[in-house]
Design a protein around this ligand. Structure first.
Ligand code: PLP
Length: 410
């Protein structure tokens, strides 16, 4: 059997990969098993901000792996402290708790918020509520999918944890109306990623922060996808001048090499955790900490945040200049862009498939949107080339019959 047949035969069918087998990566490029080169405009759902196999990060990983691997958190390591200190220094947070996946960082935030509500705010036992936004994506655990507004993510997985409710994304008045004395926190993505690269109205987050403060409600910013320079600021919250009470980072924090996530918070929030309340065997292990620290240092020393701002503006300008009847809207901030197609005219998943033939890797997401989240090291010529390929592909699709394929799958 071929590699693909083996994966299809022995792998669960919880993904539907595009028909290409990747065997090598370097910088912004990926190569398939036939030696064809592709420009990676997807960046592993925003996890590959530094480009593939960045030499400094590979060196941090391999040097640490040779010296010390996993020891669990039963002991101190000489790697964790410096990583957490740097993460707190850069984000302005007081304390950090290391986990692995983004979903685990979000679960950590939910647990912290509930315990804070009982211990600090004085919410009666088991009555704490957490408000999230419609269109959210925070991961795939039972608790998190329980408050997803995507029917497929919930279908067949109930019963779900109580204590969550949803308000319209981008609507601060809806949040104000939903808050009760039992509200512990508002959990929000400053830019919704999987939801379709949705940028809220300017001032939304600032207003949300004001409402949370006025009601003694924690603002929890999930920057697993939009953080660490992706939108042209270190944190997407900074676009609105907001400092959240709790912050989740992941994806790019592991340099594309391994899963590294953090829940960071103000001390008052994090101090609700006592030894034994929460943990993870691999969270904060020496290799993860070494790579995480190298990722943060690389982000700052290579000026990737400013680069994302500059090249992101260029990408959005170029996308908005594409003259295609198929495009309903171009959305984005920094190197985080979505091209929504008219659903009755073209399917974003079919276009992503066609783009493979054109040498560009992307993936559709919700709202029939083609997502573009390339490594932050991409240059202007590479962006121009990819946008040219996208424009040509849209032209070709527009000249054909309307597609039969159903639009948008995550
Ligand atoms: N939060 C956000 C905003 C995400 O986009 C994602 C993943 O796409 C997650 C959390 C979950 O991260 P992971 O897949 O590492 O669990």
């Amino acid at each position: 059997m071929s590699d693909r047949e083996l994966e299809a035969r022995f792998g669960a069918r919880n993904y539907a990969p595009l028909p290409v087998t990747i065997v090598r990566g370097e910088g912004v490029y990926l190569w398939d098993d036939r030696g064809r080169r592709y420009l990676d405009m997807m960046g592993a759902y925003s996890a590959v901000s530094f480009g593939h196999c960045h030499p400094r990060l590979v060196e941090a990983l391999t040097a640490q792996a040779r010296r010390l691997d996993t020891i669990s958190r039963a002991y101190f390591s000489d790697r964790l402290g410096p990583f957490l200190a740097r993460a707190c220094e850069l984000t302005g947070m007081d304390v950090a708790l290391p986990m692995n996946s983004g979903a685990e960082a979000v679960e950590t935030a939910l647990k912290a918020a509930r315990k804070w509500a009982y211990k600090v705010k004085g919410v009666p036992a088991d009555r704490a509520e957490i408000i999230a936004a419609e269109g959210n994506f925070h991961g795939r655990t039972i608790a998190i999918t329980g408050f997803s507004s995507v029917a497929q993510y919930r279908d067949g997985f109930g019963p779900f944890a109580p204590g969550f409710k949803l308000v319209r994304y981008g609507d601060a008045a809806a949040l104000a109306a939903a808050i009760t004395p039992n509200t512990a926190a508002f959990l929000v993505e400053p830019v919704q990623g999987e939801g379709g690269i949705v940028v809220p109205p300017q001032g939304y987050l600032a207003e949300v922060a004001r409402i949370c403060r006025a009601n003694h409600v924690l603002l929890l910013a999930d920057e697993v996808q939009c953080g660490l320079g992706r939108t042209g600021k270190l944190l997407a919250c900074e676009h609105d001048g907001v400092a959240p009470d709790g912050l989740m980072l992941g994806k790019a924090l592991g340099g594309g090499l391994l899963p590294v996530s953090l829940f960071l918070a103000r001390r008052e929030v994090m101090d609700v955790f006592k030894p034994g309340d929460h943990g993870s065997t691999f969270g904060g292990n020496p290799i993860a900490a070494a790579v995480g620290l190298a990722a943060l240092d690389t982000l700052m020393e290579e000026g990737l945040v400013e680069r994302a701002a500059r090249l992101g503006a260029h990408l959005l300008r170029r996308l908005r200049a594409i003259d295609s009847p198929l495009i309903a809207e171009v959305r984005g901030l920094g190197l985080f862009a979505g091209v929504e197609l008219h659903a009755q005219m073209a399917s974003a998943s079919a276009v992503a498939r066609r783009l493979i033939e054109a040498g560009v890797l992307t993936k559709d997401t919700h709202r029939n949107t083609i997502r573009l989240a390339p490594p932050l090291i991409i240059d202007e010529d590479q962006i121009d080339w990819a946008v040219g390929r996208l424009a040509a592909t849209l032209d070709r699709v527009a000249s054909e019959d309307p597609p039969v394929e159903a639009p948008a799958s995550a």
